[in-house]
Design a protein around this ligand. Sequence first.
Ligand SMILES: [Zn+2]
Ligand SMILES: [Zn+2]
Length: 305
Amino acid sequence: MEFELKILGSASATPFLNRHQTAQVLTVGTHSYLIDCGEGTQRRLMEHKVRHQRLSTMFISHLHGDHFFGLFGLLGTMHLQGRTEPVHLFGPAGLDEVLTTQFRHSHTQLSFPLEFTAVDPEQHALVYQDRYVTVHTLPMRHRIPCCGYLFREQPKRRHLDKARLPTGLTPAQYQALVQGDDVLDAHGQLLVRNLDVTTAPKPSRSYAFCSDTLYTESLSALVQGVDLLYHEATFLDDMRERALTTHHSTARQAGLLARKAQAKQLLIGHFSSRYRDLEPLLREAQAVFEPVALAVEGLVVSVAE
Ligand SMILES: [Zn+2]
Ligand SMILES: [Zn+2]
């Protein structure tokens, strides 16, 4: 099953030619999740061939414009296209108010239900789940309420080892074993124990999106062992004082967090427009952690099962 992250934007607050503000799409199985929605995201979706119809669940980290100004355009286009399927939107309190005001003053009655859930950015809590994933918030330390999101695949079923199956199982008994149940005989006595005829499932894959934040070592405990870690790296480490005053992180700090969290792979992004060349940011993170990649527009990262 697919577990794939697509990067649509890598820039921080101020625009930069050919770099766009934060937006990502995580696809797990048949579901796609939009993570942040910087200005112009609907155009990035077109460029990178992500169809609006596939997006029904969106997660916004915070209400700085570079993370959500694209929502007006995207939701407006969905409306103009006559969408009727609901959109589930998660983000800090106030986001619904901003959108509602915008739509009220443009006399827009959306053609689809927009179901908003306010998350508490200070908590590490389960906020969403479906048949593919669970999503927990990750508290960030930023100038305004801000959270990241941890996506984890739902636990998988154990694998049936057909060589270990007894003969003469009925279809219903076989199905019970596939479902993870034990098989009992007509008198309620244990006939086949599931654990005896199955092998451990593949581990659930995970992706942690760490949005705008000060370097926060305690975050590593919440994302320990994560397969893919995105961490902002707005500055190089010689600008760490600036990072501190603006509540951002450096590339080196992103590497340190990945190392502390024992992540399998790190992506860095949210680059300041002061950096034309991003290689120094990559090298700085690499000095403390590998593997690491620049989360630039069009990058696609798949996590193998
Ligand atoms: Zn930002
Ligand atoms: Zn911000």
